[in-house]
Design a binder for this molecule. Structure first.
Ligand code: AMP
Ligand code: ZN
Ligand code: FE
Ligand code: FE
Length: 291
């Protein structure tokens, strides 16, 4: 465990802790630096900044949903962490707003399909569970509450909303990864490919895609991530060395329901890597509260 965690979620998307409580949890875990990277939104940053405990640094960011077309017309979803971009830059801000709208209509279609099968899950309840950017975890919460699944993870199987082949799946519109990288850069930010080889979450990309992303300005890859086993981390680490990409580590903390291995600060990032990310960004700066 080190003191710099560059990937966490709050109630502004699908985390369980409000931004202020998340900052307190980071301090409680002994972290010096935390990035708030909610899905497709920066809505939690102001609250996090206001609640920043003494001696801590906040790195503003967001985790952007996008996709890449690979062989035979297959589409793979991926997540890019954008750090230190200007949240007011209009072009990227408009795309984030559209992504959130699409999340809502997609979640609603999933809930409609589930309800049409006679299951007691309502869109109203899912909306109550989602304080901001809505996602599958909120639907999982509603399924759990209704007693339809035995545990949270069961929602992410083929029987429910576990992927494109799952029973109640609905697609959402997402920008191509090249467009996501361009928008982050256009807003003065730097990009890190989130959990590239987290195969348990769904199909993953070939190294060739990461090479292409590197040519498009990708700054780094998230290597130490709870959903990436040691073998995946080693492959990524050597790929990053070959491509001249920075290597980050983070918890992807969503709150306590994520179970063992996902605790805040469970993985960390080298201070030199953070310094290089900050150096590469022109859109925004980290926030620090004096000790
Ligand atoms: P969405 O952005 O709506 O597609 O939901 C994606 C989120 O669901 C991720 O950020 C995780 O928090 C969660 N998630 C995805 N796959 C799994 C899984 N297999 N088990 C538990 N949570 C998952
Ligand atoms: Zn999430
Ligand atoms: Fe992610
Ligand atoms: Fe995440």
């Amino acid at each position: 465990m080190t003191g710099i965690d560059l990937h966490t979620h709050s109630t502004a998307s699908d985390g369980l802790l409000a931004p202020a409580a998340l900052m307190a949890a980071a301090a409680g875990a002994g972290l010096s630096t935390i990035a708030l990277t909610d899905h497709d939104t920066t809505a939690g940053i102001a609250e996090a900044q206001a609640a920043l405990p003494p001696g801590m640094t906040l790195v503003p960011g967001a985790e952007i949903s996008c996709e890449v077309r690979v062989a035979e017309g297959r589409v793979i979803s991926l997540h890019v962490l954008g750090y230190l971009f200007d949240p007011a830059e209009p072009e990227f801000a408009a795309v984030r707003a559209r992504l959130r709208d699409d999340r809502e209509s997609r979640a609603r279609r999933m809930v409609d399909k589930i309800a049409a099968d006679g299951h007691p899950v309502t869109w109203e309840r899912v909306q109550e569970l989602a304080g901001g950017s809505v996602g599958r975890p909120h639907i999982a919460g509603a399924l759990l509450e209704a007693g339809l699944i035995a545990d949270y993870d069961e929602a992410f199987t083929r029987d429910w909303i576990g992927g494109r082949a799952s029973r109640y799946w609905a697609d959402k519109e997402q920008p191509d990864v090249a467009e996501a990288l361009r928008l982050i850069q256009h807003a003065g930010g730097v990009s890190v490919f989130a959990h590239p080889f987290a195969a348990a979450r769904g199909p993953i990309v070939d190294p060739e895609v990461i090479e292409r992303m590197a040519r498009l300005g990708l700054a780094g890859v998230e290597v130490d991530h709870p959903d990436q086993p040691p073998s995946a981390r080693e492959r990524l680490r050597s790929l990053a060395a070959d491509l001249g990409l920075l290597v980050t580590g983070s918890s992807d903390f969503h709150g306590t329901k994520d179970g063992p291995g996902h605790g805040i600060g469970v993985n960390g990032t080298d201070p030199d890597v953070l310094a290089a990310l900050v150096e590469g960004a022109t859109g925004d700066a980290p926030r620090t509260r004096a000790a």
